[in-house]
Design a protein around this ligand. Sequence first.
Ligand SMILES: Nc1ncnc2c1ncn2[C@@H]1O[C@H](COP(=O)(O)OP(=O)(O)OP(=O)(O)O)[C@@H](O)[C@H]1O
Ligand SMILES: [Mg+2]
Length: 257
Amino acid sequence: MEVRQDQPNKVELRSLYKNYGGLSVLQGIDLVVKAGEFVTLIGPSGCGKSTIFNILAGLEQADSGVVFLDGQLVSGPGQVAFMPQRDALLPWRKILDNVVIGLELRGVPKKEARQRALGQFETFGLKGFEGNYPFQLSGGMRQRAALLRTVLMELEVLLLDEPFGALDALTRTSLQEWLLRLQSQLQRTILFITHDVEEALLLSDRVYVVSPRPASVQLVQEVALPRPRLPEIITTPEFVALKVRLLAALKAEGAYA
Ligand SMILES: Nc1ncnc2c1ncn2[C@@H]1O[C@H](COP(=O)(O)OP(=O)(O)OP(=O)(O)O)[C@@H](O)[C@H]1O
Ligand SMILES: [Mg+2]
């Protein structure tokens, strides 16, 4: 979608540092996202990507640096819709009751929340499992339920931490397409984490390549490919050139050597 460069930043991270005990995890992370943009973080396992999201979601505090949302300092949780890497479904709640939690917390009447959720079960490949408990679902189904719950929260900024990691290729493609539609129709701003270079390029306006721990930003790659992006785009020379570039940056980092 068209992103206006003259508008204020939706999300802004400035010089984030974070240690866990003696372990230095973040070493000066800067990142800017405008309203409606799709921005992806990619980098080696254990480098600090999820930590960045935890701080942005207000669940962890940075040792130094600032996090702005709409120009305001983030003071605590609940300001962005966050899908953590581990699905975090409540085991004692049926799937339908799990996915409406965000709406319930925001005071949407239960009946309306359920209706809104039910309208999406087919798209998410969960139809027929509304009354099942999380332990009765596959890993991919749990991941889709967690994604549905996050999207239903109807907050402007979505943080999705490897949401498609456990999915088969077909489901992954259909949910990627669905996510792109969601973003362009509902003007959501999305921050995304993946280990998949093609997925990053297919979805994003910009990709941040993060270094091994302690994390710093190694490369900021704009992805100026036309939208809508159809799956065939991955065979175009422009796409392949970007892929080579990202893979080289990751390899230089020793991420996938
Ligand atoms: N709450 C915590 N307490 C102590 N150490 C932590 C905590 N959370 C994360 N870490 C450490 O911080 C480092 C970065 O973890 P993080 O989960 O951010 O990595 P990641 O980039 O998301 O990795 P992956 O791609 O495997 O998900 C790891 O070494 C991890 O052990
Ligand atoms: Mg992670």
